[in-house]
Design a protein around this ligand. Structure first.
Ligand code: DNO
Length: 349
């Protein structure tokens, strides 16, 4: 395992020189966030990003995300050109030394929360989700307004068009579109030594009537079985999977084995049916047994990148919800400590 930190680039309020002071962090997870989905990422922008990261003392090890265009998820004829462009971006990532690519296959919406600053008893704030509150969201105003849709920012009109288009895409059809995509993208990634890491849907159920398929261990096994390439793997996000109590994350890790390409570690507390909030990373704070997650990672001899996922907002920090410096740094130290402990633990048969 090697530790990474997600950094959003030059306009991130979190700066690389502070990340240097978090012991154990070797790599940066980043992306070109301003390139419209579907366009090939420019070489000069990628090398610029790599240079900045290396000057800061880190490796540019992971890209999160290279977003998949909605027309690929819809299976439209234009997908062939879009997939070719996706493969070209992958080749360029390899040229700047990136080894892992995290992406998702959630239609329209990326991760969704209904409260970005729920107060916790300790005076911090955290993000929360309550499925019943989706009914109060006015989608005619587009996504910029109250919904954290990080990869895309469709206006009301575009959103209405997409919601309509996905109405005729069943879960099975979405699976077919994923297979079509992977059959073309996995060989391209394999040939340039990039490991794909599909992120589970967050939350792991349908939102706003749009299908979501990457919701549990069975789905993740289906993904890796679809295209038998060592490049075709998974981001195991403990928080996304953990918001569905039936998901046994350590067992999922053991079954996926060498196809776990990237780890996102955070904790959640499930407080009702399709209702949860994020907590500190510790096992005792939420429903994810982080120690058992780490034992599973040790047992599969995980050598890939890991990052501390969403933190609370603590010590008065403001900024991008979930992505401040302080609580992610605390989380990082906890994860580093768990790794040290499980690595030294005697393994019983
Ligand atoms: C949220 C992130 C997601 C993730 C994408 C991966 O904090 O985990 O936005 O980056 O879903 O494609």
């Amino acid at each position: 395992m090697y530790l990474n930190f997600r950094w959003f680039g030059a306009d991130d309020p979190v700066v690389l020189k502070h990340l240097r002071q978090v012991p154990g962090v070797e790599g940066i997870v980043s992306a070109l966030h301003d390139i419209p989905t579907g366009e090939v990422w420019p070489r000069d922008r990628l090398s610029q990003l790599r240079d900045t990261i290396e000057k800061g003392g880190f490796n540019f090890s992971v890209v999160e995300s290279l977003p998949v265009h909605e027309d690929i998820k819809l299976g439209l004829p234009v997908r062939d050109r879009l997939i070719d462009q996706y493969c070209e971006s992958i080749r360029r990532l390899s040229e700047v030394g990136v080894r892992v690519l995290c992406y998702n296959f959630m239609p329209i919406f990326d991760w969704v929360r209904t409260d970005l600053a729920m107060p916790l008893e300790d005076g911090s704030t955290t993000m929360a989700y309550d499925h019943r509150e989706l009914a109060n969201v006015d989608l005619s105003r587009g996504m910029g307004d109250g919904l954290p849709a990080w990869a895309n920012d469709y206006d009301g009109e575009e959103l209405a068009r997409l919601l309509q288009a996905f109405r005729s895409v069943s879960e099975e059809l979405l699976w077919e579109h994923l297979q079509y995509f992977l059959e073309r993208v996995a060989p391209a990634a394999e040939s340039v030594n990039i490991r794909l890491a599909l992120h589970p849907d967050d939350p792991p159920w349908s939102v706003f009537g749009v299908p979501r398929i990457i919701t549990d261990g069975q789905a993740l096994e289906r993904v890796v079985g679809m295209v038998d390439s060592p490049a075709n793997g998974i981001t195991v996000c403990t928080g996304s999977l953990g918001s569905l109590p039936a998901n046994d994350v350590p067992a999922i890790i053991r079954r996926l084995g060498s196809r776990v390409h990237f780890m996102h570690c955070r904790n959640v507390m499930v407080t009702g049916e399709r209702k949860f909030h994020e907590t500190p990373h510790l096992t005792e704070s939420g429903d994810v047994d982080m120690l058992e997650v780490f034992r599973a990672l040790r047992d599969i001899q995980f050598r890939g990148p890991m990052r501390s996922d969403h933190g609370r907002m603590i010590w008065g920090e403001t900024g991008r919800p979930g992505y401040g410096l302080h609580d992610r740094a605390l989380g990082t130290m906890y994860l580093r400590g768990l790794w040290e402990a499980v690595s030294r633990e005697p393994v019983l048969d």
